[in-house]
Ligand binder design. Structure first.
Ligand SMILES: Cc1cc2nc3c(=O)[nH]c(=O)nc-3n(C[C@H](O)[C@H](O)[C@H](O)COP(=O)(O)OP(=O)(O)OC[C@H]3O[C@@H](n4cnc5c(N)ncnc54)[C@H](O)[C@@H]3O)c2cc1C
Length: 558
């Protein structure tokens, strides 16, 4: 029989995001429960997401990263915090966990009524030749951060391996420190969770800041002489004084595995909608777990701070106030990164994931400004939307731009959580005054464009096919046509204002693709042509959404 919550003994393994969040909520629900927080490292409840910014000096005070200390957690929450203490075994029938003090080496068994496993994830460090060189780092803890910051003092050349969220943040911070930075990514794009066209702005920004970006190449080995040389699969070599590996993480789930708890195919701890593992007295939360995808319900794991904190809170609710506990809705993978002046992120499914999973989808890309174009400071923003062709339900979104990206991603994450459709997006009433937004926000525009597609008013295409039968109508102003030539010459360059008068320059028997800089003018042109009997489609997002940042001309701006 479950003990009354007042006398419950809760032991938590892992004292950072999920673990500390669970402990704090548990105490707020029960003043008299025994709550022990075990942490292998010397710190609890620190801001891991802030680590790159202290390396680069943008966060000046190290103390700012220590959100709580064992002392404050004792004083504020009466928690029994044991740092430098590792949980090494679980005796499930006996309901006790064995812990080892990393200082003294002594071990003891702690009884529990409920156990929470919040051990997080470990950065990948593949067994490559030379990987143990002291100049090669990964970043997870405050101590990793201190080591990188110290090594960066002398380092002139830095190689960052992996252009995901953490790799990009580190590359940016090393540039801030005046280092010569090389960023290597195995895929042919940065930010692997996004679709490639949406990452081009980040690529452009990295190169604009002097970062040597190497895509489609991976690390093969390290030569560890006086100089540290990274050998890439392409045989290219990069000399570096300091290397940061940010190529992903794996769940730190050995304790759960050894205790016989059910794991997913990649080693994540399986949990139900209340974060209970295959043993209902043992919960798990954070980077180490596999829960479900919010959109599809399929198994999913997302190593991000938001889910970890909320899952920890849910665990405390389920133990101490089960009637308050709401089942976990699932993961969206909402994430964002800032790279110098550009931000980019996503929520829900990307096009490449949908395609790989064989799920039906439709997509459009729209460009606009983060607020009314006439108001000073308007900055470009681009938004890609994916939806279910049958129901119109939003499946995912990605955004990139110089301002306002976070706000749009958050609106769209809320739309996904609320199972909203493209019609809902078209009708959303969002905060508007010229310094903040537009009367038709880019989220509304995405809804309009998606509905137009669904309703057959426009047929979007994502590339300019090489089919000689297809006529390409470029409706950009002549100056832009010259400065940013299309990959394939247009059949006709007719600015929108002249189009109705010059329809005779196009062949009505052949299909037409309309092209402009941002997508909107091409849509207007497509409507004119469609109503004049042409078979027409329109390059979604304009050439801006497809611009190769390696091209000598800069990305077209609105
Ligand atoms: C550099 C960096 C930047 C990040 N930036 C962002 C960001 O901007 N946005 C975002 O959403 N997420 C970000 N994240 C991810 C986010 O920090 C994690 O998703 C989140 O911390 C996971 O929480 P967790 O509680 O599962 O694990 P953690 O916060 O990693 O905590 C797990 C703790 O458990 C301890 N532990 C493990 N095993 C044992 C054991 N047997 N005994 C005792 N203790 C144990 C570990 O030492 C560790 O301290 C970032 C992560 C890093 C490393």
């Amino acid at each position: 029989m479950q003990k009354p919550s007042s006398s419950l003994r809760l032991v938590i393994v892992g004292g950072v995001a999920a673990g500390a969040s669970a402990a704090a909520r548990a105490r707020r629900l029960s003043e008299s429960a025994s709550i022990i927080l075990l942490e292998r490292g010397p710190d609890v409840s620190f801001a891991n997401c802030g680590l790159p910014y202290y390396v680069g000096g943008e966060i000046a005070q190290r103390a700012a990263l220590a959100v709580q200390t064992p002392q404050t957690l004792k004083a504020l929450l009466n928690l029994d915090v044991r740092t430098s203490t590792e949980a090494v075994a679980i005796d499930r029938p006996g309901k006790r966990v064995q812990v080892r003090s990393l200082g003294s080496g002594t071990t003891e068994w702690l009884p529990y009524d409920n156990l929470l496993l919040a051990p997080g994830a470990v950065p990948l460090r593949p067994a490559l030749p030379g990987i143990d060189d002291a100049r090669i780092f990964t970043l997870r803890s405050l101590q990793d951060m201190d080591r990188i910051k110290a090594a960066a003092v002398e380092a002139k050349r830095v190689a960052v391996i992996g252009a995901g969220f953490i790799g990009l943040e580190m590359a940016e911070q090393f540039v801030r420190l005046g280092k010569q930075v090389t960023l290597v990514e195995l895929l042919d794009q940065v930010l692997p969770p996004l679709d490639k066209p949406m990452t081009l702005f980040i690529e452009d920004e990295l190169r604009r800041h002097g970062i040597d970006l190497i895509l489609g190449d991976g690390i093969e080995s390290f030569d560890c002489g006086a100089a540290l040389t990274c050998r890439l699969k392409s045989a290219r070599r990069i000399e570096a004084d300091l290397v940061v590996l940010s190529i992903g993480v794996r769940p730190d789930s050995a304790l759960a595995r050894d205790a016989g708890l059910a794991l997913g195919p990649r080693g994540h701890i399986r949990v139900n909608e209340f974060m209970q593992t295959s043993d209902p007295d043992i919960y798990a939360a954070g980077d180490a777990i596999e829960s479900n995808d919010l959109v599809t319900g399929d198994p999913a794991s997302v190593p991000l701070g938001g889910p970890a904190n909320r899952q920890g809170r849910l665990v405390a609710d389920h133990i101490f106030a089960p009637t308050l506990a709401k089942p976990w809705p699932g993961l969206l993978g909402t994430a964002i990164v800032r790279v110098f002046d550009v931000s980019a992120g996503l929520t829900g499914w990307s096009e490449k994931r949908l395609r790989a999973a064989g799920r039906p989808y439709r997509t459009i890309t729209v460009n606009d400004s983060q607020h009314a174009g006439y108001f000073p400071g308007a900055k470009p923003i681009i938004l890609k939307l994916l939806w279910d062709p049958e129901t119109g339900r939003v499946l995912g979104a990605q955004a990139a731009g110089l301002a306002g990206v976070d706000k749009r991603l958050d609106v769209l994450a809320t739309a996904l959580a609320g199972k909203l459709t493209i019609d809902d997006l078209a009708q959303l009433e969002l905060a508007y005054a010229p310094p903040f937004g537009a009367a038709k926000d880019i989220v509304n525009l995405a809804g309009f464009a998606a509905c137009n597609t669904r309703d057959g008013l426009v047929t979007p295409v994502e590339t300019l096919q090489d089919d000689p039968n297809v006529q390409i109508l470029d409706v950009r102003p002549p100056a832009l046509v010259q400065s940013h030539p299309l990959p394939r010459p247009a059949t006709a360059n007719i600015p929108l204002a002249a189009l109705r008068l010059r329809l005779g320059e196009l062949d009505r028997s052949r299909p037409v693709v309309t092209v402009c800089a941002l997508g909107k003018t091409a849509y207007f042109a497509a409507r004119i042509l469609a109503q004049n009997g042409f078979q027409v489609s329109c390059l979604t997002g304009g050439i801006r959404a497809h611009w190769d940042p390696r091209s000598p001309a800069k990305l077209p701006t609105p």
